[in-house]
Design a protein around this ligand. Sequence first.
Ligand code: ADP
Ligand code: MG
Length: 680
Amino acid sequence: MATSPPAGADKALEKLGLVRDIDLALHLPLRYEDETRVVPIASLHDGEVGQIEGVVTTSRIQFRPRRQLVVTLQDESGDLVLRFLHFYPSQQKSFAEGRRMRVRGEARGGFFGLEMVHPSFKAADTALPTALTPVYPSTVQLSQAVLRKAVAAGLARADLEEILPAGSTPAHLPTLREALLRLHQPAPGLESQVLEDRSHPAWHRLKFDELLAQQLSQLRAKREREQQRAPAFAAPRSGLHDALLAALPFQLTAAQHRVAEEIARDLGRGVPMHRLLQGDVGSGKTVVAALAATVVIGAGWQCALMAPTEILAEQHLKKLVGWLSPLGITVAWLTGSRKGKARTKMLAQVESGEAALVVGTHAVIEDQVRFARLGLAIIDEQHRFGVTQRLALRAKLGESNAQGEALEPHMLMMSATPIPRTLAMTLFADLDVSTIDSLPPGRTPIETRLFADAKRDEVIARIGDEIARGRQVYWVCPLVEASAVLDLQNATAAHAQLCAAFPGHMIGLLHGRMSAAEKTAVMALFASGQIAVLVATTVIEVGVDVANASLMVVEHAERFGLSQLHQLRGRVGRGTTASICVLLYSAPLSDTAKARLKALLETGDGFEIARRDLEIRGPGELLGARQSGAALLRFADPVADEEILLEARRVADRLLDVDPEAAARHVERWLGGRSNYLNA
Ligand code: ADP
Ligand code: MG
């Protein structure tokens, strides 16, 4: 390497994850600049980027309207003004009168004809590059020039030999080395368009390799798990399971039956289950989880159920206690806000095994918690837990059984954001997936209506009708994450307005800044029917279950995500009465906001909503933490690149059988230390 990068550059590179040579080689351009051609000044058009060459005819510092360097450059066809609002003395020297300079920038119509503000520049005697110039994703601390050098050096040093045995990459694709050279240093004449829209075969090769690494890493985790042992809860089951079934006030749906059987089969295998249970809001996942718990508890083992928020955990607690306590099962309750004696007692019950079921927030996996015999861990709304929390959970489960049994617990993850099959395959290749694809009978579909905020008074009148009939209402305000104060203002303003409108009724307020105890108290009043209208920020988003609530009003609906609105809407329509969801919006609406609201009006099906959400947002955002940061696919898009994904999946399966060593090297090349995160 010719020059070492300037001080501080290493840190900046590290921040971008560019540590190894291969990381640099795999850091691909966002786009390209064409510096191979110089055009006449007279051919520039307003708004167009161009590169020109000419002689500096004037160069002076001007002080009005503010200090700036103003240069005139002239070629045979005409002249052009250059402006530098920030400049160093060295730059001023570069533009000494009489020097020939080459500049590149966007031409803009100015007061005296076309000008360029802060163009990039070089002396005109520098040789013209013969390839397109790559522009890399970067940070403010790292200039393109430094990054380009570092990438070129990394590319030259990196080991780019083909790792994959012949025949395992699709035949028409270039080698990895060819693909990378093509993308970092495109030959002259190559259209930057095919490189930038990622349709070029070089991109295809990289996407394939990336998806293959991801599939390999997850399939390997799955195979390793197949080698581990877990308690086998085989049939015949204890009476607990059937006792719960008999005690339920309803019949399981066919879909619930099917997934409950899939889970029971896993629990009987003696191999740790890692299963994702997905189903739309209100599809009845909780009872399926409870049935799984009875299988485990009936065999003398413990079960833990973890939810992302205290409100949600408490809902589970109530429901499970209602179902399981009559069967003689002791339930412990662990959350962050539970302290002192009560907590000490719970911890002792968990450690002794007296508490067969432990329900709570992430407090369930804290250091002090020791299980006697943990057989099953259930995680609700799993996508709402961060990657680090999931890794902590894995570690916790690994050490869970203090009594020295070398058995791994089973794991059941639940999600109300059902995702399409191919996407589930990429993101959860290490999991088995069960899907509840229909709702319990007797639900009346929720009617969704859209109103401009100007119709607010009509909507409030409608609330009056509803509560006069003894029904309850949610009023949801958007969570303003950037400002807890603003957040509160929204909710308190709506609360005041509704209190004034309905003096004879209790209007509740629930927001993120309240303590857990306060929230619980308000929820209890709403659940018991004493609060008629509950004004809330999105803390009620998931899992809350009050069957008498028949109207939901969402204020500033345009600020919510699509899946989030669907989840919210699922809070009503839980009983047999017809329910309405009113979306209030404030104009103007962005195109994506329009698309979101339109989707909600058109469909109530969670799978269809998830599909539309994917279209609008792309998979990265939809799936939240699991996909964020290091785990994000950089090049491939599992939806758009489905064909490549399916191919990578086939190859991954075969490669693990025929050449596990090559598989390991490929994963190491692509993921380095990050493969852990992908499997969290
Ligand atoms: P989610 O899948 O969103 O977690 P829940 O488990 O909270 O849904 O179930 C929603 C509601 O439906 C609960 O009140 C639950 O008791 C009820 N429920 C579940 N299964 C059935 C069924 N088969 N028939 C009737 N009601 C059911
Ligand atoms: Mg739920």
